[in-house]
Write a protein that binds this ligand. Structure first.
Ligand code: UDP
Ligand code: LCN
Length: 820
C-alpha cells in the first residue's frame, strides 16, 4: 500500500524499523509503554492501545506528530497486543493477509521480531500460563504439512485463486519433463456411467492423440458447422474419439483446436476455456444441514435464513448452466443436483419431515433429508446449529449411502455449506475421493470478540471448540473455497477477514493453531450470489407487480390493531418508511436500529419505521438470542413510546409477498436499513437493491463491498448509532428538497446489482472451478494424501472428543428406531 504517509520501505520489516521509531520519541514512548504494562498481564485491542497513547501523550500536537510518523503507522496497523510485563507483544497487520509480530521490552524499549507461534504463546500467558509454557501443548500447523502448494504473493490476488491455479497448471503442463501425460490421463479417465467420453484407449499416448486431433479437426472443418455429431460419430470413434467434444461439427472443431493448442503450449486463458468445455460434471451434492431447510414456510425461523435462499437459487442457476453445457457437449445426460439436509420429524407445519422433495423450477434437482440418529433413536426436534456436532458423523455415513443410492453414481462435486455441511462434505469427499468445495456463509469466530482465547467462557453455550476445529478441518480438506466477498477472506485495510482470522490463533488449554489456513492459498475464490430476479424486480416494473398482495400488505403496514402478525401502528401514512427484515439474532441488531430510531427526534419526524423479524411472545421461542431480543424490543417500544411511528411485523415466510413488501416500501419513497453488527454477505441488501429500494447497510462485512458508499447506497456504522441515524435523516431531508435524489440512489443501486451480483455469473464461475480444481487435485495426489492423513488425525483425536462434550436432549426427544 503506497497511499499513506511514512510507509515502510519495502525491504524493511517492522522489527527492523521499530527501534528507530521508538528512539525518535523515546520520552513519550517510555511513558506509553509504562502505561501498557502497569495493569499487568492483559490483551489489548487496537482501541486500548490508542487510548493509552492518548493518555501518555497528552499534548495533542505532540501526539499528532507522533501518529503521523512511522510509529503512528505501526500502531495504527496493530490489531492487538499481548502484555506480559515487561514485554508487550504486538500483532501488526500492515496489509490484508500480511502479519508481523514483534516483542518490545517496556523497560528499555528493545525490539525483537518474533514468529506467530511466539506471539500466540504471549497471548496464552494472559489466560493460561501453565499451558502456555508446556513444551508439549498441542500445536496445529497446516503450513508445515502443505509445502508443495504454490501460494500467491499479493493482497490484490486474494480471492482470485482460479486464475492463479490455471497459470500454475499451464506451466506444469508445459514442463515436458514433468506431467506431460497428466492431461492425457485425465482425458482417458473421463466417463459417464462407465462409458468413455472424449477419447478411448486407442489414443493412449500423446503422439497418437495429437495426430488424430489433426485428422479429425480437418474432417470436421470440411463439414457444415451445424452438422450434428451423430452424423460423424462412427468415423470419429474409429479414430479413438468419443462423445463430449461438442454437439455440432463447428463446436467439435473448436474444442479440438483448443486441446491441440494446449498440448502444443498451454496458456491460462486457453486452458480455462478448454476446461470449461470438458464433460466432467453431471452430479452435484450440496450439504446444508442445520435449520429448517425447505421451500416454503421456513424463512425467518431460528437458524433459517439466507443460507436456504442462497442454496435454492444456487441449485437453479447451477442446473441451468449444467443443462446448457451438456447440450453443447453433445451429450444426452441428465444432470442431478441433490441438496442434502437433516430430516426433522417434528416439522412444525413445514415439509422438513419429508425424505425427498423435488426442487421448484428445476428439472432434475431434489432435496434429500436424512435424520439425526443416536443410540437413543431419531432426534425429533429442531436443534440449534451450535449444538449440532454430536450428530454429524453418523449423518455423514447415512447420507452417503442414501446419496449413492439416489444418484446411482458417485457425485462429481460435493459442496458444503456452513460448519456442519462443510464437515460432512469433508468426510464424504474424503471417503469417496471426490472434488470438494466449501462455503461458509458466516464463520462464527469473528462474530464474537476473543471467542478463541476465551473459549472457556463461550463453550458451554456455543461449543466453539467443536466449531472452530470443524472449520479448520473443512478449510483444509476443501479443494476450493467459494466466498461471497473479498472481505470474507481477507477483510479490509483495518479489519482482518473471516478466513484470515484462522491464520494463527490459539485456544489456551486446548490447542495452538500456528497455521490454520493461508489466505494466499489459491483455493480461495470469490463468487458472489445474486437474488432471484424473477422475484426481486424493481418497483417501477408496473405490469409485473404482484397486485394480489396489495390489500394484505396495506393491512400488514397500516392497520391499527395488534395481532399475532404485527404490533404497533403508523399514525402518519404520508411519511416514507424505513424498513428492515432479518432473523431476530443479536448480531442482526434489529433492536439496535429500533433504539437509534427511538432516540433520534429528527429521524422520527421524517420517517416511520417498520421491522420484520421473529415473533412477539418470548415464551414461544427455543432460541436463547431470539428470546432476549424479543424482550429488548418490547422494552424499547414502551420506554420510547414508539407506538404510532413503529410497526413490528413477525417473521415472514413468503418471498413473493416479501418482494412486494420491499416494492411497497419503495412506493413510499422509503429505504432499507441493514444495521447488523456484522454481516457475512447480506442477501436482504441485494434483495432490497434489486427492488429499487435505496439501502443503508452495515459497514461491517459483506455489505461494505456490495454497496459503494454514497454512490449505490450508504454504509452505516453499527457501533455508532448517532452517526448512522443522522446519515439516514440527512438522506431523507435531502430527498425533501430534491426528490430526484431518491430516484438517483434507487437507480444506482440497481446498476450495481446488474454489474456484479447475478446468479448467472455465479454459476458459470463455480462450474469452472469444479472443473479446474478437479484436475488440480489429481495432479497433486501425494500432497493431498499427506494432508488428508493429518486432517484425519485431527478429526479422530480432537474433534470427536469435543463433539462428545456437546449435550444431547433426553430420551423423550427421540423416537425409537423403526425396525430395519
Ligand atoms: N427472510 C425472510 N423472512 C424473515 C427474515 C428473513 O424471508 O422474516 C429472508 C430474507 O428475505 C433473505 C434471508 O431470509 O432472503 C436472509 O438472508 P440474509 O443473508 O440477509 O441473512 P441470514 O439470515 O442468512 O443471516
Ligand atoms: C448467512 C449469512 O449470515 C448472510 O450474511 C448470507 O447472506 C447468507 O448466509 C447467504 O450466504
Amino acid at each position: 500500500d503506497s497511499s499513506s504517509g511514512p510507509v515502510l520501505k519495502r525491504a524493511d520489516t517492522i522489527a527492523d524499523s521499530m527501534p528507530d521509531a521508538l528512539r525518535q520519541s523515546r520520552f513519550h514512548m517510555k511513558k506509553c509503554f509504562a502505561r501498557f504494562v502497569t495493569r499487568g498481564k492483559r490483551l489489548m485491542k487496537h482501541q486500548h492501545i490508542m487510548e493509552d497513547l492518548e493518555k501518555a501523550v497528552e499534548d495533542r500536537a505532540e501526539r499528532n506528530k507522533l501518529l503521523e510518523g512511522l510509529l503512528g503507522y505501526i500502531l495504527s496497523s496493530t490489531q492487538e497486543a499481548a502484555v506480559v510485563p515487561p514485554y508487550v507483544a504486538f500483532a501488526v497487520r500492515p496489509n490484508p493477509g500480511f502479519w508481523e509480530f514483534v516483542k518490545v521490552n517496556a523497560d528499555d524499549l528493545q525490539v525483537e521480531g518474533i514468529e506467530a507461534k511466539d506471539y500466540l504463546k504471549c497471548k496464552e500467558m494472559v489466560f493460561d500460563e501453565k499451558w502456555a509454557s508446556d513444551e508439549n501443548s498441542l500445536e496445529i500447523d497446516f503450513g508445515a504439512i502443505d509445502f508443495t502448494t504454490p501460494h500467491m504473493a499479493l493482497s490484490s490476488s486474494i480471492g482470485n485463486g482460479l486464475n492463479f491455479t490455471t497459470k500454475i497448471l499451464s506451466s506444469r503442463l508445459n514442463d515436458k519433463s514433468q506431467s506431460s501425460n497428466a492431461l492425457l490421463d485425465y482425458l482417458l479417465s473421463l466417463n459417464y456411467q462407465g462409458e468413455n467420453l472424449m477419447i478411448n484407449d486407442k489414443l493412449n499416448n500423446l503422439p497418437k492423440l495429437q495426430t488424430a486431433l489433426k485428422v479429425a479437426e480437418t474432417y470436421a472443418s470440411a463439414l457444415h458447422k451445424d452438422t450434428p455429431y451423430q452424423k460423424f460419430e462412427d468415423r470419429f470413434r474409429e479414430w479413438g474419439f468419443e462423445k463430449g467434444w461438442g454437439n455440432t461439427a463447428g463446436r467439435v472443431k473448436e474444442t479440438m483446436r483448443m486441446l491441440s493448442e494446449v498440448l502444443e503450449a498451454a496458456d491460462p486463458v486457453k486452458l480455462e476455456s478448454l476446461f470449461s468445455r470438458l464433460p466432467n460434471m453431471f452430479n452435484i451434492v450440496i450439504f446444508s444441514i442445520h435449520g429448517y431447510f425447505g421451500q416454503a414456510d421456513v424463512l425467518g425461523l431460528p437458524d433459517t435464513g439466507g443460507q436456504v435462499v442462497y442454496i435454492l437459487d444456487q441449485v437453479r442457476a447451477l442446473e441451468e448452466e449444467l443443462l446448457q453445457k451438456i447440450k453443447l457437449q453433445g451429450l444426452n445426460v441428465k444432470p442431478q443436483i441433490l441438496v442434502v439436509t437433516r430430516m426433522i420429524p417434528d416439522a412444525k407445519g413445514t415439509k422438513c419431515n419429508q425424505e425427498l422433495e423435488p426442487i421448484f423450477n428445476t428439472k432434475h434437482s431434489h432435496i434429500l433429508r436424512v435424520p439425526f440418529w443416536t443410540e437413543k433413536g431419531i432426534l425429533r426436534q429442531w436443534v440449534s446449529r451450535f449444538d449440532i456436532y454430536p450428530y454429524l458423523e453418523r449423518f455423514a455415513q447415512d447420507a452417503t449411502i442414501k446419496i449413492l443410492d439416489h444418484l446411482e453414481a458417485k457425485p462429481d462435486l460435493i459442496i458444503g455449506n456452513y460448519t456442519d455441511g462443510n464437515l460432512v462434505s469433508s468426510l464424504m469427499a474424503n471417503k469417496l475421493g471426490v472434488t470438494q468445495a466449501t462455503i461458509a456463509h458466516a464463520l462464527e469466530k469473528t462474530k464474537y470478540e476473543d471467542s478463541d482465547v476465551k473459549w472457556k467462557e463461550f463453550d458451554e453455550k456455543y461449543h466453539f471448540t467443536s466449531q472452530f476445529t470443524a472449520d479448520m478441518i473443512s478449510m483444509n480438506s476443501a479443494d476450493f473455497i467459494i466466498t461471497s466477498t473479498y472481505q470474507e477472506i481477507a477483510g479490509s485495510t483495518n479489519k482482518p477477514g473471516q478466513y484470515e482470522a484462522h491464520t494463527a490463533f490459539t485456544m489456551p488449554g486446548l490447542c495452538r493453531v500456528m497455521s490454520g489456513i493461508s489466505v494466499f492459498d489459491p483455493k480461495f475464490n470469490i463468487a458472489a450470489p445474486g437474488a432471484d430476479q424473477s422475484v426481486y424486480f424493481p418497483f417501477t416494473e408496473k405490469q409485473q407487480r404482484l397486485i394480489k398482495f396489495h390489500l394484505e400488505i396495506e393491512e400488514l403496514l397500516y392497520s391499527k390493531d395488534d395481532n399475532e402478525e404485527h404490533i404497533g401502528y403508523l399514525e402518519d401514512k404520508n411519511k416514507p418508511i424505513i424498513f428492515s427484515m432479518a432473523r431476530l439474532d443479536k448480531v442482526k441488531n434489529l433492536s439496535g436500529l429500533v433504539e437509534w430510531y427511538a432516540k433520534d427526534k429528527r429521524l422520527r419526524s421524517l420517517v416511520n419505521l417498520v421491522i420484520v423479524g421473529g415473533f412477539f411472545n418470548p415464551a414461544k421461542s427455543k432460541d436463547r438470542e431470539e428470546i432476549s431480543e424479543i424482550k429488548k424490543m418490547h422494552s424499547l417500544i414502551e420506554e420510547y413510546k414508539l407506538k404510532g411511528q413503529f410497526r413490528w411485523i413477525a417473521a415472514q415466510t413468503d418471498r413473493y409477498r416479501n418482494s412486494e413488501l420491499y416494492r411497497s416500501i419503495a412506493d413510499t419513497k422509503g429505504a432499507f436499513v441493514q444495521p447488523a453488527m456484522y454481516e457475512a454477505f447480506g442477501l436482504t441488501v441485494i434483495e432490497a437493491m434489486n427492488c429499487g429500494l435505496p439501502t443503508f447497510a452495515t459497514n461491517q462485512g459483506g455489505p461494505a463491498e456490495i454497496i459503494v458508499d454514497g454512490v449505490s447506497g450508504f454504509h452505516i456504522d453499527p457501533y455508532n448509532g448517532d452517526e448512522s441515524s443522522n446519515k439516514i435523516a440527512d438522506f431523507f431531508e435531502m430527498c425533501k428538497t430534491d426528490p430526484e435524489h431518491w430516484n438517483r440512489m434507487s437507480k444506482a443501486g440497481l446498476q450495481r446489482i446488474n454489474e456484479c451480483y447475478t446468479w448467472k455469473i455465479y454459476a458459470n464461475k463455480v462450474l469452472n472451478m469444479g472443473s479446474i480444481y478437479g484436475f488440480w487435485r489429481r495432479l497433486n495426489k501425494e500432497q493431498k494424501l499427506a494432508k488428508e492423513r493429518y486432517i484425519h488425525m485431527l478429526y479422530s483425536l480432537q474433534f470427536r472428543n469435543l463433539a462428545r462434550n456437546v449435550p444431547i436432549p433426553g430420551e423423550a426427544s427421540f423416537e425409537p428406531a423403526p425396525m430395519a
